[in-house]
Ligand binder design. Structure first.
Ligand SMILES: Cc1cc2nc3c(=O)[nH]c(=O)nc-3n(C[C@H](O)[C@H](O)[C@H](O)COP(=O)(O)OP(=O)(O)OC[C@H]3O[C@@H](n4cnc5c(N)ncnc54)[C@H](O)[C@@H]3O)c2cc1C
Length: 332
């Protein structure tokens, strides 16, 4: 159950606050708890499209449970049935697993009442961690952004709303190469700092393949605002397992994969009519391992893996890093 009570926002307006179940740990607490022996890792799942996809997701969930990630996040799609399935599975992650779930929340297609109800439904099952995002226009991430008539325009506003609702631990998105709609990196940094100042506790980056972009982002935020710059910036990695997933990486990040990375993968693919999938996969795992090693050396607070709902590739990277992972059978 969550509890409503009369409360006041930073602007003095009365709101009904939602108290998440007190037992759930925050992401920041979990990072601290996991940091003793190794750099923590976390994983991202996506809403499955159908029953077969859901079965695959649950196999990955059970496999990751044995590897003890600091948290798992579930992305949010605004489309009709996917939306309902996402919310249901996110709640099940809290109720039926030992994992710490982070619910992605986007402003796309939602008025404030609906957003508050969704946050309330998460609080009801003990979910305290929310990754607050504006989201992209459905169907075309680069298309024109249209605010819902009763919604918000920027993630910063939604951060304030979620924080006003109760004791939520809030994460936001950060962009090592700048968000594609930001006019320049300085403005992009100022917007990220504003989201953190509004109450976000950490950020997770967009996926990248050049560590320098991550390091420069960290330096920019620290120089812009040393207090906000001290909050964790969690790098997102995607182990590439085929040339098809390169395309997926470009779609997800809106950024080209750097030429040296692409060259390594293409060389592994070979000149034949069919790509040498085994060699591409091995190269992809090697690239992700090298990136993770450098990020650990540079003091990253956590390694966040895009899994596409498979456990095997992430587990191979973790094994290469010397992490103890399960001996149970893994899916691709
Ligand atoms: C880790 C991660 C997870 C993600 N998960 C999802 C997901 O689950 N579902 C989904 O649909 N999308 C997801 N996305 C994609 C994300 O929703 C898009 O990248 C979106 O375009 C930007 O979201 P945001 O929260 O950064 O928006 P905002 O911070 O609101 O920024 C949006 C744009 O507005 C600009 N801006 C911000 N504040 C202001 C201001 N005050 N005045 C003027 N301009 C401003 C920014 O520079 C940016 O160009 C994710 C992205 C990341 C990095």
């Amino acid at each position: 159950m969550h509890f409503f009570s009369a409360d006041r926002t930073a602007t003095g307006a009365a709101v009904r606050s939602i108290r998440p179940a007190p037992c759930s740990r925050s992401v920041v607490e979990s990072l601290r708890a996991h940091a003793g022996t190794r750099v923590p890792f976390s994983v991202e799942f996506n809403p499955p499209r159908d029953a077969a996809g859901e079965a695959r997701l649950w196999r990955a969930v059970r496999q990751f449970e044995r590897m003890h990630p600091a948290f798992v996040s579930m992305t949010y799609g605004a489309g009709g049935s996917t939306k309902d399935r996402t919310a249901r599975i996110t709640r099940q992650l809290a109720q039926q697993t030992t994992l710490l779930p982070v619910a992605h929340l986007t402003a796309v297609g939602h008025g404030l009442a609906e957003l508050r109800a969704l946050v309330g439904s998460y609080a009801d099952c003990g979910i305290r961690n929310i990754l607050v995002l504006r989201g992209d226009p459905p169907g075309d991430p680069l298309g024109e952004w249209r605010k819902h008539p009763d919604g918000v325009t920027y993630a910063e506003e939604l951060v304030r709303i979620v924080r006003d609702l109760g004791d939520f631990n809030v994460g936001v998105a950060s962009f090592p190469e700048g968000h594609h709609r930001s006019p320049d990196l300085a403005t992009d940094t100022a917007f990220l700092a504003a989201k953190l100042r509004a109450g976000a506790d950490y950020s997770i980056t967009q996926m990248f393949f050049d560590i320098e972009h991550y390091l420069r982002l960290r330096d920019r935020v620290a120089a812009h605002d040393p207090i906000e710059g001290a909050k964790p910036i969690i790098p997102e990695l995607m182990p590439i397992t085929s040339l098809r997933t390169v395309q997926r990486a470009v779609e997800l990040s809106g950024r080209a994969v750097p030429a040296p990375v692409l060259d390594r993968l293409r060389k592994a693919a070979g000149d034949g009519p069919e790509e040498n999938r085994e060699a591409v996969r091995a190269a992809g795992i090697e690239i992700a391992t090298e990136m993770a090693q450098r990020l650990i050396a540079e003091g990253a607070p956590c390694l966040h893996f895009i899994t596409l709902n498979f456990a095997k590739a992430t587990s191979e990277v973790l094994t290469n890093l010397g992490y103890e992972v399960t001996a149970a059978p893994l899916s691709a």
